[in-house]
Design a protein around this ligand. Structure first.
Ligand code: SF4
Ligand code: FES
Length: 255
């Protein structure tokens, strides 16, 4: 275990854990956008910056910094607060209509941005370029269907050549992890539409109720994981009803 001091509170945490976790253990919430417990540390958004004041001084991203015995950390040192506020101002300028960013900024005491129009030129922009969608698709799902495209103010996330992605399996993990709701996933009839990636995926129907629910390209999963094979073809609602019926029948037999 490593013992460190955060805002005057002593915290003990396993060696190798990230500073962000120690900060949370101390009951402090920092703004984060690019961090996800299921993914490797990345350090892109710079919102979780904290100041180490002993045994050395350093402004560090707490989501990538491993804890060390004896560290003394201040989350609200002027340098850390100023850096977080500056980043939030830039994000407010990039995504002026994002409620997530406005609320985050407000909590940090930022109500307006000194920067001008959105650098992307799109006032409806919601993507903060945190990279979570790219990393979950590549590192957890193994599909690598989307990537960063372009440079500078033109940088964005998309499918290669901005065309329908054959690699996308329609799992929706990207939409699930996106912190700002920038990725819309819509099921229309037998189609799952991921507009941001110009991609449509065919859904297969539940044999019991006829509802379209399972993306066809995810079928390989049932061969990979035999434990899900039995319930694969049936939609979650029919599965739930079936299980409830089984429980009720079992209960009646024991009465
Ligand atoms: S689309 Fe969402 S998850 Fe992907 S980079 Fe943009 S904000 Fe992050
Ligand atoms: S959450 Fe730490 S840099 Fe983004």
């Amino acid at each position: 275990m490593a013992t460190l001091t955060i805002n005057g509170t002593s915290v003990s945490i396993p060696q190798g854990a990230l500073l962000l976790r120690a900060v949370e253990e101390a009951g402090i919430t920092l703004p984060t956008l690019c961090h996800h417990d299921a993914l490797a540390p990345y350090g892109a958004c710079r919102l979780c910056l904290v100041m180490i004041i002993a045994p050395y001084r350093a402004l560090v991203a707490s989501c990538t910094y491993p804890v060390e015995e004896g560290l003394v950390v201040q989350t609200h040192a002027p340098e850390a607060v100023q850096a977080r506020r500056l980043t939030l101002e830039a994000l407010m300028s990039r995504c002026p209509r994002s409620d997530v960013i406005s609320k985050m900024a407000e909590r940090e005491g930022v109500t307006a941005s000194r920067f001008g129009m959105p650098s992307s030129g799109n006032a409806d922009e919601l993507c903060v370029l945190c990279g979570l969608c790219v990393r979950v698709c590549r590192d957890l799902i193994g599909a690598a269907a989307i990537e960063f495209i372009g440079r500078g103010s033109e940088r964005r996330v998309g499918a290669p050549f901005n065309m329908h992605s054959d690699a996308c399996i329609g799992c929706g993990a990207c939409a699930e992890v996106c912190p700002t709701g920038a990725i819309r996933m819509e099921d229309r009839g037998n189609q799952r539409i991921l507009q941001a990636w110009n991609t449509c995926i065919t859904l297969s129907a539940c044999p019991e109720c006829g509802r379209f629910f399972a993306p066809e390209p995810t079928r390989f999963l049932k061969d990979m994981f035999p434990e899900i094979k039995a319930c694969w073809n049936v939609c979650p609602e029919c599965r739930r009803q079936k299980t409830s019926r089984q429980w009720l029948n079992a209960g009646q037999k024991t009465d």
